[in-house]
Write a protein that binds this ligand. Structure first.
Ligand SMILES: [Mg+2]
Length: 234
């Protein structure tokens, strides 16, 4: 139990909400809806691998404020399909128009998320979400799932057009929660944005190594591979 800590902030995507899994399921269905495989002899896996890389890269640039939200929306499907030889506006248009709405209908959470949130709330911690995701998506991912039963505040970097690791995003989260940095912990799956960012603002970071990447080593703060390990910390 961390005695000073009263508030625990969570990143949302791939920390509580299983973004990778939900995106893959959604895209697989959409791929079938418009018969891409049959029309273009392009396997879903080839498409998905290419899309995933491009999307991760665009979000990294978004964090660095080098591209806008609109750039992500305009490029991730169109450029992926073009690169794979699918010059078909109807197809990428279908993904552009429907993906954001459909993905929040697949609402798998990260393994043990609910049990962990329940444990922490029962122990008396106040729980919050701070995400780099778009406002509307962030709200839906919380309010359409059991996460809503546990968290007090929701913050999206888009509210102030800043992204973690920018300190303003953590500060906005703490302001809404009426929390001080020294009584706050931050749990997230992104080393730079979540862990180093929250550490700089004076919060106590915990790295959720959900990809189980061996390169991350203990560095003065805990590293966990399963959310349930938070029970050993708090
Ligand atoms: Mg994340």
């Amino acid at each position: 139990m961390q005695k000073k800590i009263k508030h625990i902030f969570f990143d949302l995507d791939n920390t509580l909400w299983d973004t990778d899994r939900n995106s893959k399921i959604t895209l697989q269905q959409m791929y079938k809806d418009v018969d891409v495989e049959e029309k273009y002899q392009l396997s879903f896996l080839d498409f998905f691998t290419s899309y995933y890389k491009r999307n991760e890269n665009l979000w990294a640039l978004y964090r660095q404020e080098k591209v806008t939200k609109q750039n992500i929306l305009d490029q991730r499907f169109k450029k992926t399909f073009q690169e794979l030889g699918v010059e078909d506006e109807e197809i990428w248009g279908y993904f552009d128009d429907n993906f954001l709405d459909k993905v929040v209908q697949n609402n798998h959470l990260i393994d043990n998320a609910e049990e962990t949130l329940d444990y922490l709330k029962t122990k008396g911690y106040e729980l919050h979400v701070v995400s780099n995701g778009f406002i509307q998506q962030t709200n839906r991912k919380v309010n359409d799932t059991s996460i809503k039963n546990y968290v007090t505040t929701i913050t999206s970097g888009e509210e102030i057009n800043k992204r973690k690791p920018a300190r303003e995003v953590f500060e906005l989260g703490m302001k809404k929660a009426q929390a001080l940095p020294e009584e706050s912990s931050f749990i997230g799956d992104d080393w730079e944005a979540d862990v180093l960012g929250s550490k700089k603002t004076g919060m106590f970071p915990v790295f959720f190594n959900y990809k189980k990447d061996e390169k991350y080593k203990q560095n003065g703060f805990p590293i966990i591979r399963d959310l349930l390990e938070l029970k050993n910390i708090f």
